[in-house]
Design a protein around this ligand. Sequence first.
Ligand SMILES: [Zn+2]
Ligand SMILES: [Zn+2]
Length: 310
Amino acid sequence: MAHKIRQLCLWSSLNLVAWAIAAGPSLRAQAPARELAGRLRAAARSVPGTLPTSLHYVKFAEASSPRSDLVEGADSGLVVVSFPVFQIRYPDRWIVVDAGFDRRDWTAFFGSAPVSYWPERWDTVRTLLRGASTVVLTHEHWDHAAGVERGSGLGEIAAHTALTPSQLASLLDPPAPIYVALRRDSVPAYRRLGVDTLHVLAPGVVLLAAPGHSPGSQWVYVRLASGREFLLVGDLVWNAVGLERQSQRPRPTSESLKEDRDAVRRQLQVVRALADSTGLVIVPSHDDALLATLARSGALQDHADLSRRP
Ligand SMILES: [Zn+2]
Ligand SMILES: [Zn+2]
């Protein structure tokens, strides 16, 4: 069941955040970041129930790219770009964050650009999507959303896919070529979330609207029973170096994506401060090296857990 906290006007803390941004970089954003973390934690505790036990990801594709194509001012060394979906595992069910894409979608968007694509892992992703209690998207771009817009078993998946009004608007009317357009007659099949900035999806899982990279971008806060906390930030940055250096995508790329660069700049400050002052583990979607490091440390599990437990 979804729960909403309308009173938590989170980005009214945006007044604080705006102050921090005017005042300077990460250090000055730490007080608002701690306030934001406090609100996320309170929201995550606000509904009764067992907390998630583990956070998993399935990487079904990867490509490589010069880091300078991903982060403004970065070096041109090649880095691996991961394409994962995330599984938030409860003892008796799971939530999926992001939906990936079929191999044909890669060709549709990137033509013959090299990619490693694992069809058997994509089958696992489809099983995850079909069996989820809820599917949510960090944002509407094709590499995160196509899996809930087309493919076999779509009706079943759409019925438990929860889209925000902003996501629905951009999927119906794509603002840039990086979207798969949603068929208008398929909209009734989806669950629709309200317009809240902050939405408690389940015990320990909170959605936070973060428009910037796309109109419907949102971050997913996860608190595990162990006390470990994560913030899945989607494509706030494509590589963690961007977060460290407070550098966003190269301007021509931002412009082609129709990003709100001012919003992304503010978000980079807040998320960096969250990482520095609250201990939240920040997880961008595409940084393969970071995902692997988190898996090696045991923070993330690099496989799906499809078991059904009572
Ligand atoms: Zn994106
Ligand atoms: Zn992406």
